[in-house]
Design a protein around this ligand. Structure first.
Ligand code: MLT
Length: 312
């Protein structure tokens, strides 16, 4: 039963800026979604939403920080599919994805692109596959740490082509992209929110997208499925959470503000320009996110355990 003061606090919520934690480095795909959502939530919520980046351990460091934050609605988590793969990858996870969080809702779904440094010696996806297979000993693939979306996609890609290469973990795919532009790392699977700009500016090579249909904002890129990896599909869903114990009136205010944000024309335009799909309002609810998290944990757990990949 919430005490009188917390009922009052819930009534006045939000009476000061809200922090949205992004468990990856600034400038990367998760950060781009968070900052766009934070900006679109400001008006409907009636308060500034400040994004705070805390990278490391594939996003589990920042996620753990929110799990331990006060349940008052002033600390939120913007995280993606890694929320559901971490329980299988991290045997000593510092939080329980179901018990330690209040789901607010699903926000956007983002496809990924297979990209390489600009001078990578392959001009098609087929040539890229052959080159990777033939030079696996000298190539390096970037990701944002075990449990990140780029890690998951890279893993699935390498097992699909039955090849292994050295992987280099970063605190996010923004720093990974910097290294790729500096030709310090060879290729990576990264979300269109981070890669679209570089692809359109012809700063990196792009070979395929991980959606089952071509992306309107990158029409020239074949899908992995049509380019040869039948059925290869990785979509990165993103959700918003509050810590367990956040009072329901506060969660309700966050759900309303989030749904208004997802319907904001500027937000929708920005997401569409970046190849991202905004979730329909019906999925921007605690029930939808809760159900999705659970079904994704069921889906990825056995696959990851079978592959015997552990972060700790
Ligand atoms: C990921 O690979 O999970 C994300 O791209 C990391 C990030 O947002 O930088």
């Amino acid at each position: 039963i919430a005490g009188p003061q917390s009922a009052g606090a819930a009534q006045d919520y939000p009476s000061r800026p809200v922090t949205m934690v992004v468990p990856f480095a600034a400038g990367g795909p998760t950060d781009i979604v968070a900052r766009s959502l934070a900006e679109a939530m400001r008006k409907p919520l009636g308060q500034t939403v400040v994004v705070e980046n805390l990278g490391g351990a594939g996003g589990t460091l920042g996620t753990g920080r929110v799990a331990r934050a006060a349940g008052d609605g002033y600390t939120l988590l913007l995280m993606h599919i890694g929320f559901s793969t971490a329980p299988a990858l991290y045997r000593k996870l510092q939080y329980d994805p179901i018990k330690d969080f209040e789901p607010v809702g699903l926000a956007v779904d983002v496809p990924m692109t297979m990209i390489a440094r600009h001078d990578f010696p392959a001009s098609s996806f087929g040539e890229f596959l052959s080159y990777v297979r033939a030079h696996k000993k000298t190539l390096s693939m970037a990701n944002a740490g075990i449990g990140s979306a780029s890690h998951l996609c890279g893993l699935l890609f390498l097992s699909a082509i039955d090849t292994d290469v050295q992987t280099i973990p970063y605190k996010g795919t923004a720093p990974a992209m910097n290294d790729m532009l500096g030709k310090q790392v060879d290729f990576m699977c990264d979300q269109t929110t981070n890669t679209s700009g570089q692809i359109k500016a012809d700063k990196v090579k792009a070979y395929a997208v991980t959606a089952m249909t071509r992306i309107a904002s990158l029409p020239q890129l074949p899908t992995m499925d049509e380019a040869g990896l039948k059925g290869f599909e990785v979509g990165i869903w993103h959700g918003l959470w509050a810590p367990k114990g956040t009072p329901k009136p506060v969660i309700d205010k966050l759900v309303n503000a989030m749904q208004a944000a997802l319907n904001d024309p500027a937000f929708k335009q920005r997401m569409s320009d970046l190849g991202a799909q905004v979730e329909p309002s019906g999925r921007a609810t605690p029930q939808a996110l809760d159900a999705h998290v659970k079904s994704e944990i069921q889906k990825w757990g056995p696959l990851i355990r079978k592959a015997g990949i552990y972060a700790d």
